[in-house]
Design a protein around this ligand. Structure first.
Ligand SMILES: NC(=O)c1ccc[n+]([C@@H]2O[C@H](COP(=O)([O-])OP(=O)(O)OC[C@H]3O[C@@H](n4cnc5c(N)ncnc54)[C@H](O)[C@@H]3O)[C@@H](O)[C@H]2O)c1
Length: 351
């Protein structure tokens, strides 16, 4: 069996979740890893057995012959690292958000088409078991037409600081970091309708809350208290099939507790995820349906394992990608439109 030669660009927190996935597979070979931080990349290589390390991804791509690369850097280098890797003949799994904006994402899609190499976006929640089950129900018509959805990803005191809260490296705050997961998931489950209009707001009234005591905090690898990104964003997204998504995200918000919620409302049934429940009617009675499934011990680790296994399967066997770059581009258009609408205080039409 030919081994898939793996390279990693960016060896911070999330790269370890990618490695949990690669470690499950026996058709991969760990070749090279790269990070701006020499100590971090050397420790990473030692831990997982990568042969060579680099601090410049262009250098790595020039010297190595890789089949597949995970791009796990800050958001501001997703485009440059992915484009360079595609041009060097690699298939790429790029972490979410795909890029800083739709203009960069378009360039990435173009490069993937020109090079004929796969560009997959790390929409990891597409790989959850709830997602698979509810997608089956939707594809088999059990929800009918989904015409409305609600999604939220709210943290009370959850600005990770560091690069996450530095707009030059992240592109934004809770919307681009957390919103990307739930907006994509709803769009994916709805059958990938195209967003046509967006009304959004963003607020930066609270800040990173670094002064809060006696409460565990999210922390970026290179934590700092600086923040110039939004604390909170909310939007109404209208799709070309008439469906609407109402979404809310926050890093800092005066709410009771952190929540994450996805609800889909169809003509035949509704669904709520994590835990998955279906709301419908049967013989004139309202019924709630709970699928019986064995629970993963560690949900976060499980979805990454599924995502990485799928990426390697696409590279090794040409399997059709479940999370293609085109969907990342659509998502970036939505995020751009929310930020634009918040700035102009007007509805933004997406062409
Ligand atoms: N899918 C998810 O659930 C999930 C969760 C967390 C983070 N992420 C995404 O993963 C990415 C990384 O996040 P993280 O939490 O691991 O951050 P991190 O800061 O822990 O790691 C990022 C690493 O990239 C390195 N880096 C930055 N620019 C680089 C460049 N040009 N070349 C080489 N190395 C570079 C940094 O030095 C750092 O070590 C982000 O895009 C984030 O949105 C996804």
């Amino acid at each position: 069996m030919k081994k898939v030669k793996i390279g990693i660009i960016g060896t911070g927190n999330i790269s370890h979740a990618h490695m949990e996935g690669y470690n499950m597979l026996d058709n991969v070979e760990y070749c090279a890893a790269c990070d701006l931080d020499k100590k971090r990349v050397d420790a990473f290589a030692e831990k997982y057995g990568f042969k060579r390390t680099y601090t410049d991804f262009n250098e790595m791509l020039k010297n190595e012959e890789l089949d597949a690369v995970s791009v796990c850097t800050w958001n501001n280098s997703h485009a440059s690292a992915s484009i360079a890797a595609l041009k060097a003949g690699c298939n790429v799994l790029c972490e979410k958000p795909m890029a800083m904006n739709a203009r960069e994402a378009e360039e990435m899609v173009k490069t993937s088409l020109e090079t004929g190499k796969l560009l997959m976006v790390g929409f990891v929640r597409r790989f959850g078991s709830d997602t698979r089950i509810v997608k089956d129900f939707i594809d088999n018509g059990h929800l009918g037409d989904i015409y409305y959805a609600k999604a939220s990803y709210l943290r009370r005191c959850g600005n990770p600081g560091g690069w996450f809260s530095d707009i030059k490296r992240s592109g934004g705050g809770s919307l681009i970091d957390l919103g990307v997961h739930v907006i994509d998931l709803v769009r994916y489950l709805m059958g990938r309708p195209k967003a046509v209009a967006v009304t959004g707001v963003t607020y930066s009234n609270i800040g990173p809350r670094a002064h809060i005591k006696a409460y565990p905090r999210y922390k970026a690898s290179d934590y700092s208290e600086y923040s110039d990104v939004e604390d909170m964003a909310a939007a109404m997204i209208r799709f070309d099939n008439g469906a609407v998504l109402s979404v809310e995200t926050s890093f800092s918000l005066n709410l009771k507790e952190d929540t994450g919620n996805i609800e889909l409302f169809g003509t035949k049934a509704g669904a709520r995820l994590e835990p998955l429940e279906i709301y419908s009617e049967m013989d004139g009675y309202l019924v709630d349906i709970t699928p019986k499934v064995s629970k993963e011990k560690d949900w976060f680790s499980a979805i990454f394992k599924n995502e990485i296994a799928h990426f390697v399967d696409c590279v090794a066997n040409g399997t059709e990608c479940l999370s293609p770059a085109e969907d990342g581009l659509e998502l970036m258009k939505i995020l751009d439109a929310v930020y634009e609408s918040a700035k102009t205080q007007r509805e933004v039409i997406i062409k």
